[in-house]
Structures are given as structure tokens and as C-alpha cells.
Design a protein around this ligand. Sequence first.
Ligand code: EPZ
Length: 420
Amino acid sequence: MKEKLIIQGGETLEGKLEIAGAKNSALPLIAATLLTDEEVSLENVPRLDDVQTMLEMVRELGKDVTSTGPNTVKITGSVSSNQAPSELVRKMRASFLVLAPLVGRTGRAEVPLPGGCNIGTRPVNLHLEGLEKLGVDITQDDGRIIARADNLGANDIFLDYPSVGATEQLLMAGVSAPGTTKIYNGAQEPEIRDLARFLTELGADLSLEGSILTINGGNGFGRGKYEVLSDRIAAGTYMLAGVATGGRVKVESVDPSSIKPLSLKLSKAGVKVEETEHSVQVESQGRPDNLEIITLPFPGFPTDLQAPITSLLTLAKGKSVVKETVFDSRFGHVAELSKMGADISVTDSNTVFIEGKKSLRGTEVEATDIRAGAALVIAGLAGEGRTEVSGMKHLDRGYSQLQVHLESLGATIKRVSKNE
Ligand code: EPZ
């Protein structure tokens, strides 16, 4: 049943939130369980549609998956199929990450090529070129990748772009390739470190030094127990909602260094930011100052917060500029923000120009991807009057219990069926 959020804007958000496990860590970790037949227990697993899809994927490949608590899953057993179901890869491109663990564990894998999505074409050339450097034989047939690991062996790999997915894919291939593999210009997102720590827990021998990942592959893998790191993007989203409504929000169970790019930018905009070892509190000091944002691979400003901070900047003092350098068309939120009265435009060089205004007015808007949806919720919370956000299937992929959390901070928000 299609649903939507109805938001009555103008409430100031106050309070604190416990941040759940990171979607973008849980997904590769679940894929990595294919490397071992032993029992793996994952804790702090977020309750998200994408996580359910990845759990269904490893179940389809033969693993026993049982939920042992609200945020804990136990995954065990050996792989009985090396053919990833097309409908799951089509549903969620991150399922493509089962390729390396599958081919490493069973010597063969068939995985459909993931399509593009609403934020860009999203090729996987870096994944495939890296796998071939490790001796994986890659052929394509009818939109499916067929990988064979008859000659899997270590090698040096240089990534033309520090792709998060390619780095994760090649980490999971390198641990199965006998010898020492080095990945140069690897991604440095916190989720990469989480995957590396998990693989080490299972028995891998690897180390990360900045953008260079060194893997001594060929070890066997055993059992493991691991807690997923907290979701820095969810944390940043709630921080931005707090600031946009002129309030004060504290996100807990978060590593402040993982969200530092946002915290520093908010400080520059005049927001009061206070950090402890496991929390960040933001407190609005009135209309924020304008900012220039450029998204870059970690430790640069995260592309996943580009749309959410754009919503805040439509209410800032003066002109702001937001340049998206990671994806080629991540602007689904811009037209919708215009409908709310924002003075915003995007150029063909992936740059958004914003003239901040004192207010936005509520209206009906449509989420086109996870983070565009979050941006529209923030705009609705800060705007005047009633905003209806449809496209819940996108929001449910990346945010668990979004309206419950926002309500706990004082928002007037409810989830209803679309035809209400
Ligand atoms: C991961 O996607 C995240 N998804 C994305 O989060 C995030 O936005 C992105 O990293 C960047 O941080 C998951 O972790 C499941 P990339 P991924 O490979 O791995 C190009 C969200 O909202 N590229 O770093 O797909 C690609 O087209 C999602 O939670 C190639 O050209 O990101 C893009 O322009 C959205 N060839 C850029 O690199 C390749 O082989 C970055 O992509 C691979 C990528």
C-alpha cells in the first residue's frame, strides 16, 4: 500500500536520539558472511528494507538467516547456489557486492549487472577491472556477469576513483586471493574500516593506511560476532532537521569523527556544535549563514548529505552554492524544493545555486531517492503549513522509523496511506 508522510511544519525540534546501525555498513557485512560457513552474529543491524533485501539475497544463496533480537541476526551455513537472483539485484544495486565473496568461496558466480538509479548511471567497471587483476575471469552474458576464480591470485590494484563499492568488492576478493594484494586509491569511508574490521574478525589478515589497503589473502574464515557501526548519514540527517527547525538535537552512539565534515560546516554557518566521545549536539542560533558545499569522497563532505543540507541552505542568509562531484545526477530534490518556494536552481555542471529565504511553504512533494526524500522531510519540518511527502519506498530503504524518531523530537508528523 502506497503511503505518505504528512508534516505540519513550524515545530522546533528538541531532544536526543540514539542512532541505529549504518545501512551502508550492514549491507557489505552481510554480503561478506558468504565467505565463511561458520556462524556469524551481527549486532546493531538497522531495520531497513535494503537490509531485508540483502538478508534475502544470502538466504537465496544458501545461508541460514535467523533474527535473534530486534537488531541482531545470526547467519550460518554453506553457500548452495552461486547464481544471484536478478529481481534482488534489480531491487537493490548493493546486492552486486555478493560477487566477490561468492566467486572467492565457490570459484564461480553469476550476478546480474546492477542498473542505474535516480542518482546516476553508476557503472561497475572499477569492480570488474579490479577482479580481473586478481585473476577472476569475467564474461558477460545477457546482462549477467559470469565470474570464475580458477586463477585467483594477489596483485596490486589502482582504483581510478576511490569507489566505495569497488573498494568493498575488492577487499572481499583480496582476502580469498593467495598472496599480498594492495589496493591503491581505495575509499576511506568509515564503512570501509568497518568491513575491514569484520573480515579481520573472521580471520582475514589485512591493514589500512589511508587510501592504501594491504591484504594477505588465502586464509580460511571462521566464526565471528560483530557490531555494525552507527549510521553517520542518519545522524547528519537528524542534526540538519534540528538546525533547520531552529532547535537543539543531540545524536548519540555516534563517532563524531565520522560526521566531522557536516559538524564543521554547521559551525561555519553559525550553529553551536558540541561533541563528546559518542555524541554530537547541534543547537540553532537563528537563521544559518550561507555556505559553499562540494561533495567529495571521505573525508570530504558526504554526497549522501548533499540533498539534506541543501534544504537547510534554502533558509540560510544569502547565497549558497552546492556542487555535487560524486554522482552525475543527484538533484531530484531541487524541483520539489522549488515547489515549496525555495529560490534554487541547478546548472549543467552539477552545481546548485540557492538564494536563502526566510521561509518555505508546505505543499505536496515527491521523494525520488533516499536522500532527496530526507531533504524534503527536513524542508517540510522547517516550512510553514502542511507538507505531504510521497515516495515512502525510498525513505524506508534508508531510514528506520523516521517519523517515530522525529515525533520524539517534537515534530507533528504522521504516516498515512497515500489516498488519505
Ligand atoms: C556507496 O555507493 C553508498 N551505497 C552510497 O549511498 C554513497 O552515496 C556512495 O557509496 C558514495 O559515498 C552503499 O554503500 C550501499 P561509489 P557506491 O562506487 O558504492 C562511480 C545512499 O544514499 N563509479 O563510491 O555505488 C559511480 O558512478 C547511497 O545510502 C564508477 O564509475 O558508490 C559514482 O559516480 C546512495 N565505476 C562514483 O563512482 C565503478 O565501478 C561513486 O560511486 C564504481 C563507481
